[in-house]
Design a protein around this ligand. Structure first.
Ligand code: MN
Length: 235
């Protein structure tokens, strides 16, 4: 059976939206994508029961109230309904071993849902910070990330100790949630990936593999690893 993989959506005025590349990546990897609009937290246990895995997609900033901070200069747009839904759904998923692949904003949300914190705007970190909001095409890799040896992520990208990735974020992880570990960093020290220490597959990346996999097949390994984790012994 092909696994059902929920993918969260963004909110734009009267529309929900999602880049088709997430959905196409899941399907190409062997899963069936299920787009998830924000719904009440009370719906999350039923969604969790039906889904085999979850992708937390990219998007706008997370309300810093979610990690106990006041908004700082540099914070961008926030979407309270999306935050509430994704935090609630992620917490339900974190109560079981069902797989989560978290991308960009999704990585940040996963970290906060598990108790970590974020830099609200990495521009405030100073002039030695790399350009993480690239103005190159979305599929194009602009900076390097180095994998932490022995991590699940390094195993997924086992061909190399580093890889070049795209970058569309101005926030980043500040403190890593308990139970998680860093699995990749940029050359300026910005955390570019985390994963759970114990559970089989709770993994987040700061870059956008969905924009890259058509031109760089190594990025498809992320979607394939998620589908494999969702299938368990049923693949
Ligand atoms: Mn980056």
């Amino acid at each position: 059976m092909r696994p059902l993989i929920g993918i969260t959506c963004g909110i734009d005025h009267d529309r929900y939206y999602l880049s088709r590349f997430y959905s196409q990546g899941v399907e190409a990897a062997g899963g069936i994508p299920v787009l998830l609009p924000p719904v009440a937290a009370s719906c999350c246990p039923a969604l969790h029961q039906k889904l085999d895995g979850l992708i937390l997609s990219g998007g706008v900033d997370l309300d810093p109230a979610a990690f106990g901070e006041e908004p700082r200069i540099g914070l961008g747009e926030i979407t309270p309904e999306r935050d509430a839904f994704e935090l609630a759904l992620t917490k339900v998923f974190l109560a079981t071993p069902k797989p989560i692949l978290a991308i960009c904003r999704g990585l940040q949300l996963l970290n906060v849902a598990a108790g970590g914190t974020l830099w609200q705007d990495i521009a405030a970190l100073g002039k030695d910070t790399l350009k993480h909001t690239q103005e190159a095409p979305r599929w194009y890799a602009t900076h390097t990330v180095e994998f932490v040896a022995g991590t699940k992520l390094h195993d997924i990208f086992k061909q190399s100790n580093s890889i070049r990735v795209n970058s569309f974020h101005h926030q980043a992880i500040k403190t890593v949630a308990e139970g998680f570990m860093v699995s990749a960093v940029a050359t300026d020290g910005i955390i570019e990936a985390i994963e759970a220490r114990d559970y089989p597959y709770w993994l987040g990346v700061q870059w956008h593999p969905e924009c890259m996999w058509e031109k760089d097949s190594r990025q498809m390994q992320l979607f394939e690893s998620l589908v494999t984790a969702c299938c368990g012994k049923n693949c």
